[in-house]
Write a protein that binds this ligand. Structure first.
Ligand code: AP5
Ligand code: MG
Ligand code: ZN
Length: 218
């Protein structure tokens, strides 16, 4: 399956995508994760992206499109992929359509994880992530058994640089103005499925997999 995950910052795109990888054996492509890795490594791409990310703004399209095209060309994407955090505006969506139509493999589903605005701030300020395996936790909703340590491997948990209230507010504004219109964009192509993103992580996962399976599964 070729899937795009849509949803506001904190909606649970990454949390759900990580579970989908296990079930469907297709890779998650998170532009946010790729960019954060480049920042951590101090690559030229990371240096260019850092300021935009710290301000909660979108990184320029040409930077993101280059890295997505490169990633989609790798062999593990042949069986499908889950795009998480990309596309973020209609220009990126149109560019993605172009890349996929060149290889005759259009998107099959755009899953929008819908969470009320007022829940998002707490999800984001409470988020903690494992440095080693990337597992996400939340100090309010989904705390690790031992404070500050990953349940899976005991590694240290960290807080993202852009999970500060002021930056979160900006990210939410950018989502409303630039990314939310993609629900209509993909709606026009008949591939949007809207999923209620509140409740337990496993109930949300079941709702998403029901839609994927209806659409053909593999
Ligand atoms: P990115 O990394 O994509 O961040 P985002 O869109 O802001 O989304 P998040 O990762 O914050 O949220 P999520 O939906 O993945 O939620 P999660 O599962 O972690 O982008 C970061 C930055 O990179 C951007 O601002 C931009 O600068 C740049 N960038 C990235 N892609 C770009 C692009 N294409 N173009 C341009 N710039 C780009 O869950 C959040 C928390 O909630 C966790 O603590 C989790 O445990 C908890 N949680 C999850 N599910 C539930 C539940 N059901 N109930 C309670 N808590 C829950
Ligand atoms: Mg994420
Ligand atoms: Zn871990």
């Amino acid at each position: 399956m070729r899937i795009v995950m849509l949803g506001a910052p904190g909606a649970g795109k990454g949390t759900q995508a990580k579970k989908l990888i296990e079930k469907y054996k297709i890779p998650q492509i998170s532009t946010g994760d790729i960019l954060r890795q480049s920042v951590a490594e101090g690559t030229p791409l990371g240096k260019e992206a850092k300021g935009f990310m710290d301000r909660g703004e979108l990184v320029p399209d040409k930077v993101v499109l280059g890295l997505v095209e490169e990633r989609l060309g790798q062999p593990d994407c042949k069986a499908g992929f889950i795009l998480d955090g990309f596309p973020r505006n209609t220009a990126q969506a149109a560019a993605l359509d172009g890349m996929l139509s060149k290889i005759g493999k259009p998107l099959q589903l755009a899953i929008s994880v819908d969470v009320p605005f007022e829940d998002l701030m707490k999800r984001l300020t409470g988020r903690r992530t494992c440095r080693t395996c990337g597992q996400m936790y939340n100090v309010y909703f989904n705390a690790p058994a031992k404070e500050g340590k990953c349940d899976k491997d005991g590694a240290e948990l960290y807080q993202r640089d852009d999970d500060k209230e002021e930056t979160i507010r900006k990210r939410l504004q950018v989502y409303e103005s630039q990314t939310a219109p993609l629900i209509e964009y993909y709606g026009g192509k008949g591939i949007v499925r809207r999923i209620k993103g509140t409740g337990s992580i496993s109930d949300i996962f079941n709702a998403i997999t029901a839609e994927i399976d209806k659409a053909g599964g593999k």
